[in-house]
Design a protein around this ligand. Structure first.
Ligand code: SF4
Length: 678
């Protein structure tokens, strides 16, 4: 490989390509990994394929003389600021607002390579150095801050990030279609392919008013809004109103979520001082052809050579995993995916997936074990509504909550076909499923016997052939009342799934573990709910390890409920634990088996009037020694599981921005391309 196989990051690399000037310069707070799971690489490769000269400046030094911001000069079209696949603040801080020990997207996990709020910091520097050059924001951080939002780290409501940063436009959601359209608009209406022409901020803003690009956000004066305020525009409560009225703030989110999940969304407007935030509706879901194109660009699949042999944790986790689709119709309340990727599933073709797997097989350090064949949820590949006209009128945030939609064609056969085709490739010893599996889709009573049979077959195939010793699933809570607020199925379903899991393991002669994920301090959850959770999971013989304290990341139903005290859909009041002490009090119940927690738990149970739970948690004569978490399985599965665990993608998310578990580990989906999730 040679240096020109990567997109240029320095003046020298531009010279190697014979470029005097870039068309677009993208500033990222992540290390540059040329891989389809990393947003900067995807947008970079897309623009390269469209014929633009795109450079990437990863992790610029924001101190001193700003030489990293000046070294490539000014671009012809615009600067892009896209800090990364994961919410920048979640990447930096734990749920308790403590600095993480490691940044998963930095070389050697260094946590001093990105500032707080990189979108704001980078843009302000660029605007100081080049006031006349437009700045376009992308990535999770800006996408989830496109209107008034709650900032957990400052504990305050903040306006659309355009106001604080001074940038000119946000591209929200998955950026390929709007970014390509934006560049084409500038070329067609302003630059006309002339090498000596530049786009100025003033021209850029005028063009965005005249030729608005879908899936973008801009700040405009009322008289400049394209076509004026229309009858079918959705007008949110203003930013100033939100500062005064928490119920109004909560009510806004219902519109934001619904419009993010409709096939025919409307434009959203929000007044901010003397201007309006104009949120143009998103593109329809990408077609298979479009999404294949995005995965088929000529990525090197490697970190830029400048990192030499430094470890980039997120890359180590995903380098042997394959993303099969985007979107998630689960609609979990604490998850950002619906506001970022939407609920409609966009699936790659089998050919594109196999092409990527064959590339992985050629990698010198690949030993035959794929760590994940997944997506935002593992088992939604190619699922869609049977009658599209019903989906076109639908506003539901979830296709499976509170019940599986009768119109959903939840067919597991295409996914089974992918698993089998991948496993049949020479060079593949085993493919694992690291993404979260929706067991409610597996256990649903389908009227169509073909779907029922496929779900049973998938369940067996998953458990027997694709689990690396431990299958992670996410019941998230045991209280049905809390689960309803989370938009998750009843815990009874977890009991059923555990029985199925244990039976299939017995029949196959395996001793694999089911690892359930849980969340404390979610809106609606009380200390008593957590005490019940501890007792119930103890009786199921679990000592929990995959747990997290709820982190209110921007733009989720749960965050808006947590901050405002009202559910955005019903506007009914909802209790939430807010203080660090109350949150820790809930969290300690996960660890009932640790000797150091016992006296505090017993005291708390007495305090909340539930001494009956003391005996359920600590029956006389029982052994409470914390168990070492082992990975029991058959000999061969155990061998492969050790390899896979080392390679495993932490199961999502995503997207993308789910809060971390186990204090320090950012929880999986956030690592996924375009993330958004969690
Ligand atoms: S009609 Fe059913 S399948 Fe279609 S989008 Fe709505 S909930 Fe999903």
């Amino acid at each position: 490989m040679q240096l020109t196989d990567w997109l240029p990051t320095t003046r020298k690399e531009m010279d190697l390509r014979g470029w005097e000037q870039a068309d677009i310069i993208l500033f990222s707070a992540d290390a540059y990994v040329d891989h389809p799971s990393f947003g900067a690489a995807v947008i970079g490769r897309l623009l390269e394929a469209e014929g633009y000269r795109i450079c990437i400046v990863p992790q610029p030094d924001w101190h001193g003389d700003f030489r990293d911001f000046k070294k490539l000069g000014r671009p012809r079209l615009f600067f892009s600021v896209a800090p990364g696949c994961m919410d920048s603040m979640v990447n930096k801080y734990t749920a308790n607002r403590r600095l993480r020990s490691e940044d998963a997207y930095s070389p050697d996990g260094r946590h001093d390579m990105r500032p707080e709020y990189p979108t704001v910091v980078y843009t302000q520097i660029l605007k100081q150095l080049y006031p006349d050059v437009p700045v376009v924001l992308g990535g999770i951080e800006a996408s989830l801050r496109r209107v008034t939002h709650y900032d957990y780290w400052k504990d305050a409501l903040k306006p659309c990030i355009l106001a604080e940063s001074g940038a000119d436009l946000i591209v929200y959601g998955m950026g390929e279609l709007p970014t390509a359209d934006l560049c084409k608009t500038l070329e067609d209406h302003l630059l006309h392919g002339r090498e000596d022409a530049y786009c100025t901020t003033e021209q850029f803003q005028a063009l965005m008013q005249k030729y608005p690009v879908r899936q973008t956000v801009s700040l405009q004066r009322k008289e400049d809004i394209t076509g004026g305020i229309q009858a079918d525009d959705i007008q949110l409560y203003s930013h100033e109103d939100c500062l005064q009225n928490r119920a109004h703030y909560a009510a806004n989110f219902r519109h934001i979520e619904e419009e993010s999940n409709k096939l025919h969304p409307q434009r959203i407007l929000q007044q901010l001082g003397d201007r309006y935030v104009v949120v143009n509706p998103p593109y329809p879901p990408m077609t298979t052809e479009q999404i294949d194109r995005s995965f088929d660009f000529p990525y090197t699949r490697l970190p830029h050579p400048k990192y030499k042999n430094k470890r980039i944790p997120a890359y180590e986790m995903i380098k042997f995993s394959v993303n099969l689709h985007r979107g998630c119709f689960g609609g979990c309340a604490f998850c950002t995916i619906s506001a970022h990727q939407g609920k409609f599933i966009m699936s790659r073709s089998k050919e594109s997936i196999l092409r990527e797997v064959k590339q992985i097989i050629q990698m010198p350090d690949f030993k035959g074990y794929l760590s994940d064949l997944g997506g935002p949820s593992a088992n939604m590949y190619q699922m869609r509504g049977k009658d599209r006209t019903l989906c076109e009128r639908c506003k539901r945030p979830s296709c499976i909550h509170p019940a599986v939609c009768p119109n959903l064609h939840a067919d597991h056969r295409p996914l089974l076909d992918i698993y089998r085709a991948v496993d049949a490739l020479p060079g593949i010893k085993k493919s694992f499923i690291g993404s979260g599996v929706r067991y409610d889709l597996l256990l649903h009573s389908y009227k169509d016997e073909h779907l029922a049979q496929a779900a049973r077959e998938y369940t067996r195939e998953l458990i027997v052939n694709h689990v690396s010793g431990r299958l992670k699933v996410a019941p998230e809570h045991t209280s049905d009342r809390v689960l309803k607020l989370m938009r998750k199925p009843s815990f009874k379903l977890f009991h059923t799934f555990k029985q199925v899991f244990d039976r299939i393991n017995r029949e196959a002669g395996l001793r694999q573990q089911l690892i359930p994920y849980f969340i404390s301090s979610h809106p609606g959850c009380t200390a008593e709910d957590m005490a019940e959770l501890a007792a119930e999971t103890r009786e199921l013989d679990f000592q929990l390890e995959q747990v997290q304290d709820f982190t209110p990341t921007p733009m989720t139903v749960a965050t808006e409920t947590w901050y405002s005290g009202f559910h955005p859909y019903t506007l009914e009041p909802v209790f939430s634990a807010h203080s660090p002490q109350d949150k820790l009090r809930q969290r300690m119940f996960f660890f009932w088996y640790k000797p150091e927690e016992r006296s505090r738990i017993v005291a708390e149970l007495r305090k909340i009037g539930r001494p009956d739970l003391i005996n359920r948690l600590y029956p006389p004569g029982a052994n409470f020694a914390p168990r070492r978490q082992s990975v029991p399985s058959s000999a061969s599965a155990a061998a492969s599981s050790r390899k896979a665990e080392a390679q495993r993608t932490p199961s999502k998310r995503s997207a993308v921005s789910r809060a971390p578990k186990n204090q320090d580990a950012p929880r999986g989906k956030s690592f996924r391309k375009g993330g958004g999730r969690r």
